[in-house]
Design a protein around this ligand. Structure first.
Ligand code: ATR
Length: 299
């Protein structure tokens, strides 16, 4: 049977996607999406695009004019990405930031945020730890913490405490999520970082503290034996926190799986299929030579 050259996938140009950031050269997203495309057989071309600090919108619209079908957005443009979309998901409304944009056939921009989905998938699927009914501590109240709080609440932990070096920011983040917490029947509180009440089965570090060489922003009393101590970063940026966790009998885990899982959730929004994230995570660990306990999980 002969195939028309026009219907052969090999002669059709792949659909174009990208990650826009500043800086962006370090991003692992092009590698991850290339693996997703190869393993799923989807015709996807995914590149990194550097936007000037004052040029996110212009870069996005240039990409759309070139036929771009969707993009990831990383630091420092996630807030701007949410603001320039025609339609935003409930997750974006809550987080105030977007990491995934879908461009529809009319050129309309739909914004979503897959960071929290990525974190939850890595904790529950890859690390095999349930969040439901657990006592969870989220450390930090910047953009990274805001992006994951909603999806964490949707897992219905028993109690979720947010703490931050600047307490007022934790209080504001909690206030903005109280409605969702009530709906999900979660006890949500902001607490003083240096006077935390009780201990936790899951501690999530969403601060930039490790980047500055600090071990942990919270005291070891928050840990129970075997607590999951998760840093949303990976590589040297997470090392201080992971070493601190291991020294105190917790189970350390870096954010590499969150990076791969948020990419998988974006891929699913664009292509309508879930790529084999666990396999790609395993391959990426080999490439980077980082065990889960050693190593910004941003796009
Ligand atoms: P991101 O988008 O990565 O969250 P951000 O919005 O600048 O970046 O937030 C950084 C977070 O790390 C904040 O919670 C910050 O605390 P403050 O709100 O008090 O600034 C936290 N952070 C940064 N350095 C820290 C340190 N050395 N110790 C504790 N927390 C730190």
């Amino acid at each position: 049977m002969s195939t028309s050259p026009l219907s052969s996938p090999s002669v059709l140009s792949p659909d174009r996607y990208c990650v826009i950031g500043h800086p962006v050269a370090h991003s692992r997203s092009p590698w991850i999406h290339a693996r997703f495309a190869a393993l799923s057989g989807e015709p996807v071309d995914y590149q990194a695009r550097l936007a000037p600090l004052d040029g996110f919108r212009a870069s996005l619209h240039a990409f759309i004019a070139e036929g771009g079908r969707g993009c990831n957005v990383t630091v420092p443009f996630k807030h701007e990405a949410a603001a320039c979309a025609h339609h935003v998901s409930a997750r974006v409304q809550l987080a105030g930031a977007a990491n995934t944009l879908v461009i529809d056939a009319q050129g309309q921009i739909h914004a979503d945020n897959t960071d929290g989905l990525g974190l939850v998938a890595d904790i529950t699927r890859n690390a095999g730890r349930s969040l439901a009914g657990q006592d969870v501590l989220l450390v930090g109240a910047g953009g990274a913490a805001a992006g994951v709080l909603g999806p964490l609440l949707e897992q219905q932990p028993r109690r979720l405490v947010v703490c931050n070096r600047t307490a007022v920011k934790a209080q504001a983040l909690v206030a903005g999520h109280q409605g969702l917490a009530e709906q999900q029947k979660v006890e949500l509180q902001a607490q003083d970082q240096q006077a935390l009440d009780g201990d936790f089965s899951i501690i999530i570090n969403a601060t930039a503290a490790s980047l500055q060489g600090a071990g942990s922003p919270v005291p070891a009393q928050v840990l129970r034996p075997g607590s999951l101590a998760y840093d949303m970063m990976y590589g040297p940026a997470a090392q201080g926190f992971l070493d601190w966790a291991a020294q105190h009998g917790a189970q350390p885990r870096d954010g590499l799986g969150m990076l791969v899982e948020q990419a998988a959730a974006a891929f699913a929004l664009w292509r309508g299929i879930s790529p084999p994230a666990a396999q790609v995570l395993q391959e990426l660990r080999v490439l980077l030579n980082t065990p889960a306990s050693a190593a910004p999980a941003s796009a």
